[in-house]
Design a protein around this ligand. Sequence first.
Ligand code: PEP
Ligand code: MN
Length: 281
Amino acid sequence: MNSNRPFYLCSREFKANPSVVYLDEVQVGSKEILVIAGPCAVESEEQIFQAALAVKEAGAQVLRGGLFKPRTSPYSFQGLGAEGLQLLIEAAKEHGLLTVTEVMDLDHLDILAERIDILQVGSRNMQNYPLLRALGKLKKPVLLKRGLSATVEEFLAAAEYIMVEGNDQVILCERGIRTFQNHFRFTPDISSIPLIHHLSHLPIILDPSHCCGKREWVAPIALAAIAAGADGLMIEVHPEPENALSDGPQSLYPQQFITLMEQVKNVASAVGRGLYGASAI
Ligand code: PEP
Ligand code: MN
């Protein structure tokens, strides 16, 4: 292994064909687009059950819901922590959804690893190398989000930390980067999608919610990502965004999510992809 190369196992030189990450009956990186949706954070039993129902009805496969929240301010809602775990699991189970939640800390692995389907590494932890290595030892799907100011090479080198420990079930997630376009919370880097597909065999999805920061931009950016070849989307949806404890302004209303899923289906079909549960034709 050439130590001048920041990544190899995730590269196309190591593996020419795209990798597929298997999540029960659904897959990421195959013809079908994976859709993860749900609130920023699990807030209450009522909220997460309503969210699970809404995202399932619209056609999502995975329920998101943060338990340990990496908030910019320590005074903001920090998540329900371990107390919310059972709510997330039960809401997902009731509607036949898989689960994803963020692991912020090595200690969280003990609580989450056995019970959550996909473990998320948030942007702020993209270069937390002990955490990445620990996830590499687990052999369980990891959703790795791009750091707020990370280059694509740094992003892939972070994925390499997971893979070098033996876990190749890595799903990359673009979530926007800092630029001088300051109307959005972060600039959605649509260019990273074809670039990552060129450099790496790993699947790449887009989180339009955290880039846009406002719900009005979420649909066009989500559709642009699918047109650019993204393997999936992760979208914040809240039953009552105006009452959300975090990221309400960027969360879609359930009805908006239903409309978006119809549009995603059409754009996916135009680029030879499909949505689970919907014909690509
Ligand atoms: C999230 O998806 O809950 C999140 C906090 O996103 P990011 O790490 O991309 O800011
Ligand atoms: Mn959020």
